[in-house]
Design a protein around this ligand. Structure first.
Ligand SMILES: [Zn+2]
Ligand SMILES: [Zn+2]
Length: 426
């Protein structure tokens, strides 16, 4: 059958709109809208048969939905009024009855069931184009800032405003600050105990007054006019450990931001002002959704600074020999006793990349260890009663214990966290 014969057969099934007629031939002649294809074929059929031209009718296939793309686009633009966004995507829920009509039309014409383009695809694209014209935003199929879903059966539009993401590195300059909000165990974070404010947390619901999250996220939520924030860290240090020097990568996720076009340097200054010297952030940049998984999953090495106390006097010469023994060595560690009640007992191996330090007096030293992620450094010093081998205590033949531990660097093992692919322009 020729195109014209197919078109004539389609028109014989009942009144059709130009779009539904044109959709049957959507693969032909790139650069035309389906409505244009349908109109041209309708004209060609009329000319060939020398019959009076009959314009498109009340379409039995889409039941008029093809004519409503402008209305849907207006609804979409209205639904997100007040929200800034650069990218969007339009999806459509087409009622089964209308999908069935597409199948019936193709059957009646004698075409394959998947010939041409489905109503859903037509609406997604045609509404999408108009939303772009109205808002100046661009279509993105991956993870757009805004996802519209048109529901033809209810005439309702759902607009989901996706999160914005801010990447940076933080330093924690005071001890006893957890990374994220830590709900009180006594009251399960409710702040109440049998009708009274909980004693365990003075009614706050949190075990600690502050966290890195609570000290950094609020100015960002405010600047982006979002609903809430979630803090994602590249691992976390102990509550009593500091995070110093180059800091630890993190992403703050802002729910439903109304503002995305922000001055990120100004926000960084606001966060540092807000955190009042307890926490500092640097290198803030707008990031993609994928950056969350990257900071959480990328294999990272850690560098620690430790205060170490020895049970007996040690010479600097012996200390230097022991540290050089550890450097570049693979360490065998049974699960430390302090965590073995939480984790299955097993032996793991981790490499020490660098080990250095100096004796402060004959029983105290300051030590730096750069090791693979998952290395238990307190046990690397103490030997954990022989469960870590080799260890500083074992090599020295002297008891050794870590009295203070700070993290000074967190770096991707094979590549840096801050890959350009994971950033957005601000
Ligand atoms: Zn139609
Ligand atoms: Zn409580």
């Amino acid at each position: 059958m020729t195109v014209l014969e197919d078109a004539r057969a389609a028109l014989a099934t009942g009144p059709l709109c130009d779009s539904c007629l044109g959709r049957l031939f959507a693969e032909r002649s790139f650069g035309l809208a389906n409505g244009e294809r349908g109109h041209a074929l309708r004209v060609a059929v009329a000319l060939e048969e020398d019959e009076p031209f009959e314009p498109e009718g009340d379409c039995w296939v889409c039941e008029g939905e093809s004519d409503r793309v402008e209305w849907w686009a207006q609804q979409a633009a209205t639904a997100v009024r007040g929200y800034e966004f650069d990218t969007y995507q339009v999806g459509t829920r087409v009622p089964p009855l209308l999908e069935e009509n597409d199948t019936l039309l193709r059957e009646d014409v004698g075409l394959e069931a998947d010939t041409g383009e489905a109503l859903k695809t037509e609406l997604n694209r045609e509404v999408g184009k108009r939303v772009g014209d109205l808002t100046g935003a661009e279509v993105e199929f991956g993870r757009p800032d805004v996802q519209f879903t048109l529901d033809l059966s209810t005439d309702e539009i759902e607009a989901r405003v996706n999160s914005a993401f801010v990447y940076g590195r933080y330093r924690k300059l005071e001890r006893d600050i957890p990374q994220t909000k830590w709900p009180c165990n006594d009251c399960n974070g409710t702040g109440m105990w049998q009708g009274d404010p909980c004693d365990g947390c003075d009614g706050t619901g949190y075990r600690y007054d502050e966290s890195v999250e609570q000290l950094s996220a609020p100015p960002i939520v405010e600047a982006m006019d979002g609903e809430a924030a979630t803090f994602h860290g590249a691992g976390r240090e102990d509550v009593d450990a500091l995070m110093l020097e180059s800091g630890r990568p993190f992403v703050i996720e802002i729910d439903e931001p109304r503002t995305r076009d922000v001055d990120i340097e100004a926000i960084e200054a606001e966060v540092n002002d807000f955190a009042d010297g307890k926490v500092e952030v640097e290198g803030l940049r707008l990031a993609t959704h994928e950056m969350v998984e990257r900071v959480k999953e990328l294999d990272a090495s850690k560098t620690y600074r430790m205060d170490v106390e020895f049970a007996e006097p040690v010479t600097d010469e012996a200390l230097q020999i022991a540290l050089s023994e550890l450097e570049g060595t693979t360490i065998h560690q049974e699960t430390p006793q302090r965590v073995s009640h939480r984790r299955a007992d097993l032996t793991r191996t981790r490499d020490v990349y660098e080990a250095s330090g100096e004796l402060l007096d004959e029983t105290h030293a300051e030590i730096r260890i750069h090791g693979a992620g998952g290395l238990y450094v307190k046990e690397l010093v103490s030997s954990d009663e022989g469960r870590t081998e080799p260890s500083l205590a074992g090599l020295l033949g002297v008891g050794a214990v870590v009295t203070a531990l700070d993290v000074v660097d967190v770096q991707g093992e094979d590549e840096p966290f801050a890959d350009e692919e994971f950033f957005r322009e601000s």
